[in-house]
Every structure is written in C-alpha cells, then in structure tokens.
Design a protein around this ligand. Structure first.
Ligand code: GDP
Length: 368
C-alpha cells in the first residue's frame, strides 16, 4: 500500500494531482530525497506566498483556534464582491479579538466613488453580519496603493499581539502578503516559515513582526457563494473586472430587460422611464430586449448570442434564479455578487434581478 510523503517544510501530506490545493508538488519533486510542497518551495526560493484553499471543516477549526488566542484579525474582502468574499460566521469565531477590515481592489471602482462612502458602506455591511470592525482600510494590493497605510494600521492596532490575516479565496490576500514582504521584509524575509496547524491539514505562513510576535497568513477560505465556483477560469477572467469599470447607461421603459452575457439578467418591471447605470466588467456584453421575450430569448440564445459562458460551458452554469426588489430610494444599487451592480435612478421602481443559483444578489444604497 501507499505510504504518505510529508512536506519537509510544513508537514502537510504531499499530493501531485491538484495544483491549487494544499500539499501539491509536481511529480518530479518526488524524486528528491527531501520533498517539499510547491507552496513551501516558492516561499523558500522566491519569498513568494501562494494561496491554497481550505475545506469548510478545516476552516472552522482554524477560525476557532484563532478565537482562543489574543490576536488582531485582519480580514480582507474584495470590494467588488463584498458578500461573495465575506466569511460567514466569522463573528462567532474570532472571540474578543479585534477585526481590522480591509477592502481590496479599490482600483476597480470608478474614481468618482468617495473612499469614505465605501468605508461607511463596509462598516454597515459588517454590522449586518454581526461584526464591528475596529477600523476599516482600503487598498489596491496589485497596484500597491495604500499598502503602507494598511501596514501602519496593523502596527497600530496589534499592540503586542500576533496578527492573523484571513480572507476568502480570490480577495487578493496572497498579493497583499507578497507586497508586505517586498516592502517591509528586508532581513526578516529569510525568517519567513510555514508551520503546520495542529489537528488540521493546514499550514500557516509565519512572518516575524518582532522578537515575540508574528503575522500569520491563513489559507484562503472558499465561500460557496462566489461566482468563481460556477464558471470556468477563462470566463471568470472575462467577467471579473480587471481595471476601473466604465459605467454604461441605459435609458429604459418599463417592460425592458438587460442580459449580462448569459450570466445574469435585469428586468425593469414597473416605473417611469429612467436611466439604469451598469457597473460591470468592460468586457461583459450587455444585450437589451423586451421583458415579454426575455425568457424565450434566454432559452434559445444562452451560450450563443448571450455569452459568456459559451455553448460548451453553459450547461455547467446553474439555472438563473429570480430576485425581486421594490426600490424605495432614489439611487439604489442592485448588486450581483462578483459581477458588479446596476444603479436604479428612481424610488418607486420595481425590478427583478436574475443570477445563477447560489450567487448572491442584494440591494444597497447607491455607492456613487
Ligand atoms: P487570494 O486567493 O486571496 O490569495 O488572491 P490572489 O492574491 O491570488 O488574487 C486573486 C486575483 O485578484 C488575482 O487575479 C489578482 O491579480 C487579483 N487582484 C489581487 N489584488 C488586486 C487588486 O488590488 N486589484 C485588482 N484589480 N485585482 C487584484
């Protein structure tokens, strides 16, 4: 029978099948005397952190482990996908530890959005989830903007505590940690290690902050509401914004529908003629049609005229589910988690939003 090989660096069982997952090493690595997983390999040779994802069970174990320590929790969310990148239940796990909430990917939002408004909205959303952050920061890890401010906030709030960085997969946690290492690593870079988290299949990356305290990067946590789990990598690239989104304005009469590729749909059910502003990836095609024809059109044209996903991938997409909203205030956003949002101009309007089953759709006061 097979005996398990463990990583010399972090102790996790080695596997050669799944690249993005914990313990992956290329088959050629098995020929070496001392096998290390790709994550430790990259860390050791390039000082680069690679994200791996986590099962729900390990997620609970690690979070409850953090709750029993005295630590600052830095929770990173994707501003463009707040609900999809939230970690449900985190308020129960962190115990009395303070949470510094960091919104990443600021560069995707139109420049006209005021940072304070975003922070205010993040605080409100967090409170709805039962979390009262000690502070809120914004950054763009990829563009290296505000990294220093976030690092300073961590320094300020941690006191003499350890720091745990948590976040759902794809929020940019690895990008952020790698920027931190670049910017502040200096001599400490050589001291970065991985350590195995007891009772789980997890390893944590440990960056020393001073003689006693460390910053721990926890593995990214899969939130099943993320759009990313329902479409393939190629389509995900197309539909998640890569740069500042350019708003597209549609003047619609009631009884008109917009399709966002084959992924989502927006019906203007009732109200005065008005403008609807779409904040979506610049590469996601928008198709306008009549509401009465929309369902037939979708059945006949999904994966064709209405794509992405294209005809080869459309069958994998869960069916679209309808969410109905009656708009009570001027300038209200209907948000499709991970895709973007539509701003409805006027109160007294009824709309329906369709997204693949499992993908969150929600309503908020207009951000812009
Ligand atoms: P992790 O799974 O949380 O570790 O996320 P990664 O660091 O691997 O980043 C996930 C994706 O988001 C990658 O495609 C990154 O290029 C992208 N990304 C990370 N930070 C930013 C950012 O500040 N702005 C934008 N636009 N994209 C980012």
């Amino acid at each position: 029978s097979n005996y398990e090989i463990h990583c010399e660096g972090c102790g996790v069982p080695i596997q050669t099948e799944e690249k993005g997952s914990l313990g992956y090493a290329p088959p050629s690595a098995l020929e070496r005397e001392q096998v290390i997983c790709q994550r430790c390999f990259r860390l050791k040779h390039y000082n680069e952190v690679q994200d791996v994802s986590l099962t729900d069970d390990d997620y609970r174990k690690i979070l409850s482990g953090i709750g029993s320590q005295d630590a600052l929790i830095v929770k990173i969310v994707d501003i463009f996908d707040f609900s999809g990148s939230w970690l449900p239940g985190i308020h129960r796990f962190v115990g009395k530890n303070p949470i510094l909430l960091v919104g990443n990917k600021l560069d995707l939002l139109p420049k006209s959005v005021k940072p304070n408004k975003i922070k205010h909205w993040m605080k409100y959303e967090a409170s709805q989830q039962g979390v009262k952050p000690i502070d809120v920061e914004l950054m763009s890890a990829e563009k290296r903007s505000n990294i220093t401010e976030v690092a300073e906030a961590i320094e300020k709030y941690r006191g003499n505590r350890d720091v745990y960085i948590v976040g759902a997969t794809n929020v940019g946690k690895s990008t952020f940690i790698n920027q931190l290492i670049k910017e502040f690593g200096g001599e400490t870079a050589s001291l970065i290690t991985t350590s195995h988290y007891p009772g789980t299949t997890l390893d944590l990356i440990e960056i020393p902050l001073d003689e006693q305290q460390s910053l721990f990067d926890t593995p990214g946590i899969i939130n099943h509401h993320q759009l990313a789990h329902y479409i393939n990598k190629k389509d995900l690239k197309k539909v998640t914004p890569k740069k500042e989104v350019k708003p597209k304005v549609y003047q619609l009469n009631e009884g008109q529908t917009l399709f966002f590729g084959g992924l989502a749909r927006f019906d203007f059910v009732h109200g005065d003629r008005q403008s609807f502003t779409c904040y979506l990836s610049n590469e996601l095609p928008i198709h306008r049609t009549k509401l009465e024809k929309a369902s037939d059109l979708y059945e006949n044209q999904k994966g064709e005229l209405l794509s992405p996903p294209d005809r080869n991938d459309i069958e994998q997409l869960p069916p679209l589910v309808k969410h109905e909203f009656s708009i009570k205030e001027d300038k209200t956003d209907i948000v499709y988690s991970g895709l973007g949002w539509v701003t409805v101009a006027e109160a007294g309007t009824n709309v329906s939003a369709y997204a693949p089953k499992g993908v969150g759709v929600y309503i908020r006061n207009g951000l812009i």
